[in-house]
Design a protein around this ligand. Sequence first.
Ligand SMILES: Cc1cc2nc3c(=O)[nH]c(=O)nc-3n(C[C@H](O)[C@H](O)[C@H](O)COP(=O)(O)O)c2cc1C
Length: 308
Amino acid sequence: MLEINLSGLKLKSPLILASGILGVSYSSMKRIFNAGAGAVTSKSIGPRARKGYKNPSILEIYPGTFINAVGLGNPGIDNFLSEIKEIKENKIPLIVSVFGDTNQSYLNVATKAEQAGADAIEINISCPHAEVSSIGIDKDLTYSLVKTLKEKLEVPLFVKLNPNVTSIGEIALAAEKGGADGVVAINTLSAMVIDINTKRPILAHGSGGLSGRAIHPIAIKKVYDLYQLLKIPIIGCGGISTWKEVVEFILAGASAVQIGTALYRGVEIITEINNSLLNFLKINGYKSISELIGLSHEFKTQEVPDFD
Ligand SMILES: Cc1cc2nc3c(=O)[nH]c(=O)nc-3n(C[C@H](O)[C@H](O)[C@H](O)COP(=O)(O)O)c2cc1C
């Protein structure tokens, strides 16, 4: 079976919509849920409406691999409350991704989302092309933000980690110490493409975040390393486009996964992945997908060989 319990959230599948993709309206999130997702994560929502960066803001650079700098464009929490309410009326498990300028403004946005019915809050401290990334690169700022939110919120709190740091483990441990109920690994990787004819970066913002197929092995390594450090659940994210990448994430130590970029191919991939996962469990004699969590750690990696 694919049902999981993620920090108290009972989900029908471990597949969750990642933040920023089809996550601004009830109707798009309903399509993802109806296709078989266990939960949906909203676009990151801030204290006020924000336009985001100019175009070009997203571009496919290799098949299935994208670079984007959309700049956290969002309707602002007050304009988003009606969507949250509608999603909740339709009993769709909803994680609201939030960001702010200060601990207090993160808390204000998160509290409004919780009161409107969010089942969990995810904090975006990791977007590589926006100011919030400065929190996600500092363990003390991360600890203080998580602690501030945990003191007030009742629903589970997930922390979306920035992979663009020297030690993702240090930041994750700070989040765990602050009381986080789980971490999401990873957000996009800081990247740039330059047009050789105009001799300028192609994205209007200059740099952006890499997502999709190319980042999957990097995300697997981050999840693998985090599993050895953390007690709280890990939600794997990065480059899932088939069921095999989902299994890999779970073997590395993820309890659930998020899917973003690959949805450009259509929401049907969620149904396909669920069906293939069920088939994989059946063929291999597992009753529950949770039995696979962290199994790759049973393999002992080779020790450094001695010199002759
Ligand atoms: C166009 C676009 C917009 C995104 N916006 C957000 C966002 O608002 N908040 C956030 O936490 N992550 C955002 N992300 C990152 C994704 O949630 C995800 O972490 C990343 O894309 C890696 O997963 P993927 O390879 O499955 O897309 C965005 C990604 C893309 C491609």
